[in-house]
Design a protein around this ligand. Sequence first.
Ligand code: FMN
Length: 185
Amino acid sequence: MEFMDVIQTRHSVRNFIDKPIPQDVLNDILEAGRSAPSAQNRQEWRFLVIQDKKRIESLSINSGLIGLSNMYIRKAPLIIVACAETKKSIKLNKQEYYLVDVAIAFQQMMLTAWSYGVGSCWLGAYSEEKVKKHLNLPKSFRVVGMSPFGYPAEEKTHYTKALSKFAGSDKRLDLDKIVKYDEWK
Ligand SMILES: Cc1cc2nc3c(=O)[nH]c(=O)nc-3n(C[C@H](O)[C@H](O)[C@H](O)COP(=O)(O)O)c2cc1C
């Protein structure tokens, strides 16, 4: 796929077919994260790859912010939890840079995945406390995001349809709403 096609056709995928991701594709996805830029090259990202079906099932039940809200990750062949080792992070302009660094790396991974036809969906609605406990993550880690990865099922779930409608997922603000030149006026 051409680079702009990858960017423009990527969309959140929440329903997957039962097909594993080949190890060489997974390696490229992880390599894309490893290659990302980070503030002072601190590379504070840490990625937990979950492939065990029982663990994925139990994470889908035990990670929710509200009840069972993460059931949609249940069918994914693989989940990646994107964490930050906060001991390695730097604060600039009162901003914790691990958020920026891990987000860049994770998005690079999602785009690389999509270039292989592997879908993903950034998941922010989780209880960090529950996730950390469930996955035995070190105290100094923050969970910045997580995502299922897998080959998309043709059929969209009711959850996806509802969420896409609620979020207006196919809409983006026009450039003139978000870009100005030379000065903000
Ligand atoms: C930081 C972040 C958190 C998100 N959290 C969730 C989530 O908890 N559950 C979910 O179904 N989608 C989640 N999404 C997906 C967004 O709803 C989706 O990216 C947006 O509606 C645009 O749709 P698209 O990804 O299909 O282009 C999240 C996306 C981002 C970037």
